[in-house]
Design a protein around this ligand. Structure first.
Ligand SMILES: [Zn+2]
Length: 177
């Protein structure tokens, strides 16, 4: 059986300077999906294992900081409900050979290259803006209880927000701004 990797907590992630810098600049994008009511959902798991959640119209920075300082809280995730975010990274130019009616040609393209690494077994959740564990959770998973209908195909879902891995955009993600 594959080994299950526990995602690092938000407090642990924030010890990484690259991730800390990413979290220091919460998205204040004018993306229409972030301007809609309830754009953000804060998830917190207590040291006793219970989950709490609340919706916010604006990025809940103050609440996040409060929870990070609360010894009864084990981990938190701030989930963007409509907009997907790339991991910390930078644009890189690369060349690709393309075939055109007039013959082969070299094209210059750009790609987003992550500058932050996470453990094997975890994947970036573009909604939770952090590495997460995607598994086939039971229906009483805290986030899945909020979803009336679940599909059975490609059932691996995020530990925090419950989104299907197959439902996340591959490339490119919506970026920070
Ligand atoms: Zn997630």
């Amino acid at each position: 059986m594959a080994r299950v990797v526990t995602p690092p907590t938000m407090a642990e992630l924030l010890r990484d300077p690259t991730f800390a810098a990413y979290m220091e600049h919460p998205p204040h994008s004018r993306h229409p999906g972030l301007l809609m009511p309830g754009a953000w959902r804060l998830w917190a798991v207590t040291t006793a294992g219970g989950w709490k959640t609340k919706l916010y119209d604006d990025y809940p920075q103050r609440e996040l900081n409060t929870l990070l300082g609360d010894s009864r809280v084990r981990d938190v995730a701030v989930t963007s409900r409509r907009v997907f975010f790339s991991p910390p990274g930078e644009w890189e130019e690369y060349k690709v050979k393309v075939t055109t009616p007039t013959g082969p040609r070299i094209e210059l393209r750009e790609r987003w290259v992550p500058t932050f690494r996470w453990d094997r077994g975890l994947s970036w959740c573009a909604r939770c803006r952090r590495p997460s564990l995607f598994m086939n959770w039971s229906p009483d998973h805290h986030a899945l209880r909020l979803q009336p209908a679940l599909t059975d195909d490609a059932p691996a879902r995020c530990y925090y927000c419950g989104i299907r891995y197959a439902g996340l955009p591959r490339d490119p993600y919506s970026l920070e701004d």
